[in-house]
Design a protein around this ligand. Structure first.
Ligand code: FES
Length: 161
């Protein structure tokens, strides 16, 4: 029952009540100048908030370009999607088993010109199944890593799904 229905039911109940009027009611009816001070308030619920259609939408996560070698296949990896799932969304299957960074079935390496360099990725777990040295040499686990730059990855076992 909303506020207006509640007030109506209270008024109806007070009119039909067999109880003696309370002192304040008698006082109000006997002293007209006081009755002018008497007010009845009722409340209605606030209107629902309007949806501002001009409000800006949440920004799209940044996307990075990933190239697989030796196939040359490419896909876009949103910054908030693991590389493995981004590849899968593009129709590319990379090896995987656990998908949580422990089995190393998805292990692959970033190709970079010159010396080994750490992959520009972020991990959702602090220490995936990679040593510090492996990270420094560009090894990565696509199942739990997120691109932070365009990448070229050596993935000879990639397949189309
Ligand atoms: S699938 Fe197991 S570590 Fe990536």
């Amino acid at each position: 029952m909303g506020p207006s229905a509640f007030i109506v039911s209270c008024r109806r109940a007070s009119r039909t009540s067999n109880r003696r009027p309370r002192v304040t009611n008698r006082l109000l009816t006997s002293l007209p100048w006081i009755s002018n001070l008497h007010t009845v308030d009722s409340f209605t619920p606030d209107p629902p908030p309007s949806v501002d259609s001009a409000a800006p939408a949440a920004p799209e996560p940044h996307r990075y370009r990933v190239t697989l070698l030796p196939s040359g296949w490419q896909f876009d990896a949103p910054a908030d999607v693991p590389l493995l799932l981004a590849a899968q969304a593009a129709g590319i299957k990379l090896p995987s088993l656990c998908r949580n960074g422990t089995c190393r079935a998805c292990l692959c390496r970033v190709q970079s010109a010159g010396d080994p360099a750490p992959a520009s990725v972020a991990y959702r777990i602090e220490w995936p199944g990679l040593s510090r040295d492996e990270k420094a040499e560009g090894w990565l686990l696509p199942c739990c890593s997120y691109a932070r730059a365009d990448l070229t990855i050596d993935a000879p076992d990639a397949a189309l799904c």
